[in-house]
Design a protein. Structure first.
Ligand code: UDP
Length: 341
């Protein structure tokens, strides 16, 4: 059974491939154009799993190139569509790039899904679809607010496109997974996030500061109405996210009564403040981090964390890792990455 993974050389895509190769007998076909990743990721996957994967260097906004993958692999039974641009600030700077890339690639994937009658699709969505919230924890029934960035809007529209498309195709099913804050790395320390530019996200910023690539971490705001004044997020281990994709696809494949299109939160349900995250890092790395409390960052919400009951009920998914393990694996990966350079 072949599974097509788009964005296979990316952060979540690569961890999902590892999870598949380690726990199923599925064959992986990966697609990426390395716009925010590198072909080297596949060497790391092969080192961890001892297995070879087939992969293509393709821009999914090109329909004829995309179709080639389906034409050459007629027995694909599921698609996990990760490939997308994902930087919130960049999307504000370059909205057309984000709308073009994230929506056209999705539309091309769906055209091929229908043409080649691939029964199952998992779509990468994001908790950013909720916009600013009043009520926590957030459930899937929470009405969606205006998205805060073009990136978030591509995910809102993406979910709607999937929904409209699946509705009119009787043989096709999909699950959209709304990720909260995926962090951490594979427990081997051999695969993790590789921020190409200066990172925007908290955990790579922490590990790069600790290793000395960056001088100091700024905590964006210490005057929020939270327990310690810093923002609260739902950090979830990337390997838990990867496992959820495998469980979701297994459900679609094996459970004939599974709904046509489900939308499911992937978070731990635990809110962690920026200072708590920093302290967890300091504990597991046994070193003090150079940080200071600075100004708020535009566009940040004070707090967001998931209600994950639906993922537990529908997918049988329970996240295994806590913030200490997320930090520990991210730190191991940062140290390994630095050794090689
Ligand atoms: N954050 C921070 N300093 C940084 C990067 C992030 O204080 O250098 C905070 C940010 O304000 C937010 C949290 O860490 O409250 C998570 O930010 P991230 O960009 O990782 O994810 P987001 O939730 O914004 O998607």
């Amino acid at each position: 059974m072949k599974i097509l993974i788009t964005g296979g050389a990316g952060y979540i895509g690569s961890h999902t491939i590892i999870e598949i190769l380690e726990n199923t007998n599925w064959e992986v076909i990966a697609v990426d154009n390395y716009s925010n990743s590198s072909e080297k990721t596949y060497r790391r996957i092969e080192k961890i799993t001892g297995k070879k994967i087939n992969y293509y260097n393709i821009d999914l906004t090109n329909l004829s190139l995309t179709e080639k993958v389906f034409y050459e692999n007629k027995d694909i039974i599921g698609i996990i569509h990760f490939a997308a641009f994902k930087s919130v600030p960049e999307s504000v700077e370059k909205p057309l790039l984000y709308y073009h890339n994230n929506l056209n690639s999705l539309i091309n994937i769906l055209k091929c899904q229908a043409k080649y009658n691939i029964p199952n699709l998992i779509f990468s969505s994001s908790c950013s679809v909720y916009g600013n919230l009043d009520e926590l924890p957030v459930t899937e029934n929470t009405p969606l607010n205006t998205p805060e960035s073009p990136y978030a809007y591509t995910k809102q529209i993406g979910e709607k496109i999937v929904d409209d498309f699946i509705k009119i195709n009787p043989t096709l099913k999909a699950i959209s997974l709304r990720y909260f804050n995926p962090v951490g790395a594979h427990k081997s320390g051999l695969n993790g996030e590789v921020p190409i530019a200066r990172p925007n996200n908290l955990v790579p910023y922490i590990t790069q500061t600790a290793i000395g690539k960056l001088e100091q971490l700024t905590v964006f705001g210490g005057d929020y109405a939270t327990n310690d004044g810093t923002c609260i997020r739902d950090y979830v281990h990337v390997c838990d996210i990867a496992a959820a994709h495998v469980q979701a696809l297994q459900k679609l494949i094996s459970d004939k009564n599974f709904p046509k299109h489900s939308i499911i939160n992937l978070g731990t349900g635990v809110g962690v403040s920026v200072l708590e995250a920093i302290h967890a890092f300091e504990k597991v790395s046994n070193q003090k981090l150079n940080y200071f409390i600075g100004n708020r960052r535009d566009g940040d919400v004070a707090a967001i964390y998931a209600n994950n009951d639906l993922a537990k009920k529908m997918l049988g998914w329970t996240p295994k890792y806590d913030i200490d393990e997320m930090m520990n694996s991210a730190w191991l990966w940062e140290q390994n990455l630095n050794k090689k350079q």
